[in-house]
Design a protein around this ligand. Sequence first.
Ligand SMILES: [Zn+2]
Length: 184
Amino acid sequence: MPFKLRNFTDRTRALVLQRAIDLVNNQSVLILDHDQDHAQCHVQNNRGGIYHVEIRFKDEDVVFTHCDCPYRGVGICKHTAAGLLQLLMKEGFETTSFRTDEFHFNDADVNEENEEDVVLKELIKEINDDKYFDLFQFLSSQDREQLLGFIGHYLEESEDIRLVVMAYLWYKSERVATTKDFLS
Ligand SMILES: [Zn+2]
């Protein structure tokens, strides 16, 4: 569900919020680009690497966040929180302005509603409702170069390529099964 940028603390554990403040204070957050629809940040991790954070907006509300770190804990990760905080600071917010009640020490107080899930659910519903869309027919109607180009682009944009990989493994297993039938 969309939320106001200033209210990102509703989705952040106290410890994560404190780490995000530290990251911003240590100048570990770099805003790569930022317009009314989206923002991208690089956040340094403590091993000298970088995590990539993507944030999307609609009518000034945050509607999507993604970080490529492995955090799977409660609420958003410290990199996403740091990216959101850095954006807030562009608007003049200061890290000393957080209220004490914005630090959620109890996980149950953290809003866990995942905006990504909502967007994905809406998209899956749309795919199901669109009776003219047939994934395999669509894929097989594309030429090979275009299809590989699309996959290559998708890999660059997102590491979440599981669906394509799964489809390919399935395709391979089907092909092996067919070959075996043919040989026997
Ligand atoms: Zn992260």
